[in-house]
Design a protein around this ligand. Structure first.
Ligand code: ASP
Length: 420
């Protein structure tokens, strides 16, 4: 029998999505669409609000923790800088590949034109409201985006989810300062940072418990808005395919080839050695949960030194997420395509930078990047409601992106071993 408490969350979400779509459809053909809009949809809006609510504290604290965990300045500068720059380069590559794939396949274009037009109209209306509220359009010079990264006022930055880059900036500065004052002086603060991070992750857990209700309501609302149209599923299938292809290219082609070329280690052995780690990542959907095994197995089977393993993996599990970042790039551009939003070059660059930073701030737990995706969406002005479209099939894609996340960590460890 179906038992709610023992059913895994991802299944609950998937079921909620199907039941939500069906209910929306039934209410629609029975002639009660307003029942859905007035009484069901708000529960979905609450879900989106909860995700947005936790975004600022999550980004701030997990980045602060990630940076300050790096220990002392000397370590940060030596192995740290090398490792981190390699992480950033691989992440930039993953995001660019994701962006290229989604622009090539254009899964959003599988939605009929009139649906895109309707979604676009909704988006434009919201945008006009916002512009009117703001009163004037902001002056933008070529360097404005750099200026915009520095907040004038911390409290104001924290009140606006579209200013997430400012929060990231402050968290990075605070993290570096925490290292700079030295271990002894930072000691009283570290447990506080740790505990706060744990509390925030718990809140994320709570929100995810509510996810099935939220997804049910959002799906029902979406079907009613779409007047019972199911054409969205074709786009969704193409979107999943785009994610799978992108992740496959990185894990099966790029890493083995690059490890062979850059570290002189046979790509075939790399694939073989890493497979058990990938299996665990796939089944747990969590880089953090896989970490102990990644550390042990890669030393035993892939010949990675203990020094490299003890630094590169813990940092990597927190900040290096090639799978997540490629996935986020695909999702965000897919949602923009669905809403018929033409992104400017500046917006694309913002997405590139934000996705790299967001993947750094993503906790290595199942569904960790959902909140971060909301953050990037709202930062670049793409409707966050679009998230619900992809949420129902998030879990299998999460399993796959986690495989790429941990593979990326082992790949970088192999490179670092070669260099140091
Ligand atoms: N589940 C991923 C990980 O643990 C994070 C995510 O993309 O949601 O690596």
């Amino acid at each position: 029998m179906f038992k709610l408490r023992t059913t895994p969350l991802y299944l609950q979400i998937l079921l909620a999505m199907v039941i939500g779509a069906l209910s929306g459809y039934l209410f629609l053909i029975a002639g009660f669409p307003t029942l859905v809009t007035d009484w069901i949809k708000p529960w979905g809006t609450i879900f989106i609000r909860l995700l947005k609510l936790i975004a600022v504290p999550l980004v701030f604290v997990s980045l602060l923790k990630g940076v300050s965990q790096m220990g002392d300045m000397a370590r940060l500068t030596r192995l740290g800088l090398k490792t981190i720059s390699t992480y950033i380069i691989t992440t930039l590559f993953a995001v660019s590949l994701g962006m290229a794939m989604v622009s090539l396949i254009r899964p959003g274009s599988f939605l009929p034109g009139e649906k895109t037009a309707a979604l676009n109209q909704e988006y434009q209306n919201n945008l006009n409201d916002k512009v009117q509220q703001a009163g004037v359009l902001k002056e933008t010079g070529p360097l404005q985006f750099v200026v915009d990264i520095i907040p004038e006022n911390l409290a104001m930055a924290a009140t606006d989810n579209s200013k997430m880059l400012q929060i990231i900036f402050v968290a990075l500065v605070a993290g570096i300062a925490l290292i700079a004052i030295g271990k002894e002086k930072a000691a009283p603060l570290m447990p506080v940072v740790d505990a706060t991070n744990t509390v925030i992750l718990k809140i994320v857990d709570f929100i995810m418990l509510y996810a099935p209700v939220g997804v049910f309501a959002l799906m029902a609302g979406m079907v009613t808005d779409f007047a019972g149209d199911t054409s969205i599923f074709a786009s969704l299938g193409m979107y999943a395919l785009t994610v799978v292809l992108t992740l496959g290219i990185i894990a099966i082609l790029v890493y083995p080839l690059a490890v062979q070329l850059l570290a002189g280690y046979p790509g075939k052995d790399f694939l073989k050695g890493i497979f058990p780690i990938q299996l665990l990542a796939f089944s747990t959907s969590s880089s953090a949960a896989t970490l102990p095994f990644t550390m042990e197995h890669s030393q035993k089977k892939l010949g990675i030194s203990e020094e490299t393993a003890s630094f590169v993996f813990p940092v990597g599990a927190t900040i290096n997420m090639d799978g997540t970042s490629a996935y986020q790039a695909v999702s965000i551009l897919f949602i923009a395509q669905l809403y018929g939003i033409d992104l400017s070059v500046a917006q694309l660059i913002s997405i590139l930078l934000l996705t790299v930073l967001a993947s750094i701030g993503t906790p290595g737990v199942p569904g960790g990047s959902i909140v971060m995706t909301v953050m990037v969406l709202s930062s670049v002005g793409i409707p966050t409601e679009g998230l619900v479209i992809i949420l129902g099939i998030d879990r299998p894609l999460d399993m796959l992106r986690t495989v790429v996340n941990v593979s990326g960590d082992v790949f970088v460890a192999k490179l670092m071993d070669k260099k140091t």
